[in-house]
Design a protein around this ligand. Structure first.
Ligand code: NAD
Length: 248
């Protein structure tokens, strides 16, 4: 049920962190993976090929929404289709709400929300035509909570849950499942600034029932589940992978 042999996955933001972990996890389950990264030096493709898997890379700035049609067409061209889309690429800008620059707000909303919807739309059209597909959006604890100093990020991640549900309502009956994963506090570049503050690091760690921060490895199982036949009757769900953070 969890086997992805013969499936083609498109994962955004694979230069490191959670995107890299999920891309490798999907490849380990048998999928061929198209990795989209804003950098040229994406080691994820190399890692997948070393494991004996199939992977290709596209270098693209996904904040350029005018280029998304062309990027998606290129993604389709490698293996002749897309069965799984993981909308992972994201940025965060930290400044108090009163001082939050409009540019920061717009940049975060653009990549973390607009691009997620536009790529879902492109993949959705393709999947609806085929009558099957899986879309997995990356949400956050800030899909449920307000956060501190990250108003644009919180707004975008709340909205990611909204579009996940909205599209699930339209597409669940047509063979396309769209769900989200809400990671808890994970050790990646995204959280490096808060982990470098000893006090903040300790207070967050103390609040996580699992007693540790998550890693990209922790997302492998959940992403394979949502990408596979095992989740065919799961629609519009936001799966928290948070060591119990929200349960507390
Ligand atoms: P990260 O900074 O390590 O990774 C972000 C990825 O997005 C990188 O691969 C980066 O190259 C890519 N990216 C950024 N701007 C891009 C652009 N313009 N075009 C293409 N790619 C671009 O951080 P991460 O923690 O791995 O973040 C991945 C996702 O997980 C993000 O959506 C983030 O919001 C989300 N998330 C992270 C955490 C956490 O604790 N780390 C928690 C919840 C949600």
């Amino acid at each position: 049920m969890f086997d992805l042999t013969g499936k083609i996955a498109l994962v955004t933001g694979t230069s490191g962190g959670l995107g890299q972990g999920m891309a490798v996890g999907l490849a380990e389950a048998g999928a061929s993976v198209v990795c989209i990264s804003s950098t040229n030096s994406d080691r994820t493709v190399e890692e997948i090929r070393k494991l004996g898997g199939k992977a290709e890379q596209i270098s693209a700035d996904l904040s350029d929404t005018d280029a998304l049609d062309q990027v998606f067409a290129q993604a389709l061209s490698f293996y002749g289709g897309i069965d799984i889309l993981v909308n992972n690429a994201g940025i965060i800008r930290r400044t108090p709400a009163a001082d939050h620059a409009r540019q920061d707000w717009n940049d975060v909303i653009n990549l973390n929300l607009n691009t997620v919807f536009f790529l879902s739309q492109l993949a959705g059209r393709h999947m609806l035509e085929r009558g099957s597909g899986k879309i997995i959006n990356i949400a956050s604890m800030l899909t449920f909570q307000g956060g501190i100093n990250v108003p644009g990020y919180t707004a975008a991640k709340h909205a990611v849950a909204g579009i996940t549900k909205a599209l699930a309502n339209e597409w669940a009956g047509k063979g396309v499942q769209i769900n989200a994963i809400a990671p808890g506090y994970m050790e990646t570049n995204n959280t490096a600034p808060i982990r470098s503050d000893e006090q903040r690091l300790q207070s967050i760690t103390d609040r996580i029932p699992a007693g540790r921060w998550g890693t990209p490895e922790d997302l492998k199982g959940p992403v394979v589940f949502l990408a596979s036949q095992a989740s065919d009757y799961v629609n519009g769900h936001v799966l928290c992978v948070d060591g119990g953070w929200l349960a507390r």
